[in-house]
Design a binder for this molecule. Structure first.
Ligand code: HEC
Length: 163
């Protein structure tokens, strides 16, 4: 019986050591450092961040807050770089088709020109959708956000009904 108990204890220890999650739990002081070393946002996570940036850029432009629009555009550009850098082997991570519309947006922001901004923004949105279609994700339909008198939702820049 005591041999059985000993065997069970050894077996449990072996399982614990082979599970990284459990190993981390045993060393809580290291776990945060470790997960930061290894954390690579998935392409889908970068897309969700890009979606929020797309909305915030639009809102900043709509209220003519040009420094904020400039800032949000820089974040979107950084996502273009990150997607490629973090997922070099994924053929669906090349977001460079957004660079020409981003350049147009930069020009509009520098000129503080709302009409130009609106035009460039719809080009950017078209680039989102062309790439979704080209990569087999055409069911993800980005659009200009909808203004609502009640609340302008950050997710109003996506059509969930597919229309
Ligand atoms: C490389 C071309 C490409 C471009 C450009 C692109 N996307 Fe995507 N997008 C993808 C791919 C591929 C996926 C699916 C990722 C996955 O699930 O791995 C995706 C997924 C998404 C999703 C779904 C995320 C979720 O979990 O619901 C959203 C939202 C999204 N993209 C928003 C945008 C927006 C907004 C833009 C433009 C500002 C944009 N994308 C531009 C390729 C692109």
């Amino acid at each position: 019986m005591s041999t059985m108990k000993h065997f069970a204890a050894v077996a449990i220890l072996c399982v614990a050591a082979s599970l990284p999650v459990m190993a981390q739990e045993q060393k809580p002081e290291n776990s945060q450092e470790r997960s930061q070393d290894h954390y690579v946002p998935r392409l889908n996570t970068l897309m969700m961040v890009t979606q929020l940036g797309h909305f915030k850029l639009w809102y900043a432009g709509a209220v003519q807050n040009w420094p904020l629009a400039d800032y949000e555009l820089a974040q979107i550009r950084a996502n273009i770089v990150d997607a490629r850098k973090l997922h070099p082997d994924n053929s669906k991570s090349d977001m460079s088709s957004m660079t020409p519309p981003a350049d147009d947006l930069e020009g509009a922001i520098k000129a503080k020109d709302s009409a130009k901004f609106v035009k460039a923004f719809s080009k950017l949105t078209a680039a989102c959708n062309s790439c979704h279609e080209a990569t087999g994700f055409g069911f993800i339909k980005i659009r200009e956000p909808r203004l609502s008198p009640i609340e302008t939702s950050p997710f109003s820049d996506e059509s969930f009904s597919g229309k």
